[in-house]
Design a protein around this ligand. Structure first.
Ligand SMILES: *Cc1c(COP(=O)(O)O)cnc(C)c1O
Length: 374
């Protein structure tokens, strides 16, 4: 009798019960001409910035025998300056904390304020990593409601909070994958509803803040020590490969996450690269303006084709509706354009790319619409 090598699978290992049978986060990455599926910024960093990064990293390399600045003070100071200048509220380094992507910021927040015996709530469909990081930190996940048009129904959300008593509440604005912005009044209503039950951490995930028609929700942290704003350099700064996310909150929150962060979590190379990028903020925000124009064009042209489109404040657009979104996704892919099926029945999501990429996408949808009505 011949036997192949024995294959060990995850479930053969003594992994934690809540991880059994689960799949990791993974947007399918396919090798196609036009990839508009992960909300990346399509513009590579400008050459002058690439040079500046090389300079700053060379400097950092000379001190790589030492551990990095554990508290990333220079970087937090520059991030605070950036927020003060662009987000309508003055903050200092003591209000800001940085980590390897906002996903790590969220993980640190959940390690600090969630964990076993505690729960987190988000209003779905929303960013799937909130639920996944909750699971990874042993925090129970509660799916809160949204309206049919993907806005948050304040009365229903308040009811869910009062009933379920979460320890952490996520509000994503602009929301991913729908593009929907959340009004400041709504955030305040949910914040108050949560605090009325017990002191509750409310995390406003503003990963797409720079792309919004609405002002940042940053000013809401004033006088609210359990309200945290989370941001990233992955989208507006066109630096998804850098892995740099940050939060702004009361200094006590910054002190609290230091109880769980790994020592020296942010490498000297990461800090040097992020600092170089922050020196080029104006150029990078210029790309954001171009992307906003392209985003608005996608909305207008898709609607002109008779497609339904959710209002977008982000660098992507949710469009539909399809009887079978997976088939529609495949038909667009067959024409060389990769968009995202986030599992929201009837809808797909496209990231705003360069004008040429967006033209290719719009042509693909036009072609698909013809096929479907043929
Ligand atoms: C892309 C995204 C992030 C960014 O995560 P990073 O770890 O900073 O790359 C965070 N929140 C939302 C809602 C996102 O869509």
């Amino acid at each position: 009798m011949t036997r192949g090598p024995r294959v060990t699978r995850i479930d053969d290992l003594p992994v934690r019960d809540e991880l059994r049978g689960k799949s990791p986060y993974g947007a399918p990455q396919l090798d196609v001409p036009v990839r508009l599926n992960t909300n990346e910024n399509p513009y590579p960093l400008p050459e002058a910035l690439v040079e500046r990064i090389a300079e700053r990293v060379r400097e950092a390399a000379r001190a790589l025998n030492r551990y990095p600045d554990r508290d990333a003070v220079e970087l937090r100071t520059e991030l605070a300056r950036y927020l003060t200048r662009t987000a309508g509220h003055e903050v200092a380094a003591a209000n800001v904390w940085a980590a390897n992507g906002s996903n790590e910021v969220i993980q640190q927040l959940l390690q600090t304020f969630g964990g076993p015996g505690r729960t987190a709530m988000g209003f779905e469909p929303s960013y799937s990593m909130h639920a996944l990081i909750s699971r990874g930190t042993g925090t129970g996940w509660i799916s809160g409601p949204r309206r049919e048009d993907f806005t948050i129904d304040v009365a229903a959300a308040r009811h869910a909070i009062a009933e379920q008593r979460p320890d952490v509440v996520f509000i994503t604005s602009p929301n991913n994958p729908t593009g929907t912005a959340v009004e400041a009044d709504t955030v305040l209503a949910l914040y108050d509803a949560a605090q009325a039950v017990k002191p509750t951490l409310v995390v406003v995930d503003e990963a797409y803040g720079e792309f919004s028609h609405h002002p940042s929700l940053l000013p809401l942290i004033e006088g609210r020590p359990t309200l945290v704003l989370s941001r990233t350099m992955s989208k507006a700064f066109g630096a998804a490969g850098l892995r740099l996310g940050y939060l702004a909150a009361d200094p006590a929150v910054v002190d609290a996450v230091q109880l769980v962060r790994l020592p020296y979590h942010l490498s000297s190379v990461t800090q040097a690269t992020a600092l170089a990028a922050l020196e080029h903020t104006d150029t990078l925000l210029g790309y954001v303006e171009q992307l906003k124009t392209e985003r608005d064009r996608l909305v207008t042209e898709l609607r002109a084709m008779g497609r339904e489109v959710t209002d977008s404040d982000a660098n992507f657009v949710q469009f539909g509706r399809f009887d079978d979104s997976h088939t529609a996704w495949q038909q667009i892919l067959d024409q060389g354009v990769l968009v995202r099926d986030n599992g929201v029945p009837g809808w797909l999501r496209v990231t705003a790319g360069t004008p040429a990429e967006n033209d290719a996408f719009l042509d693909a949808v036009r072609e698909m619409t013809k096929e479907q009505s043929a």
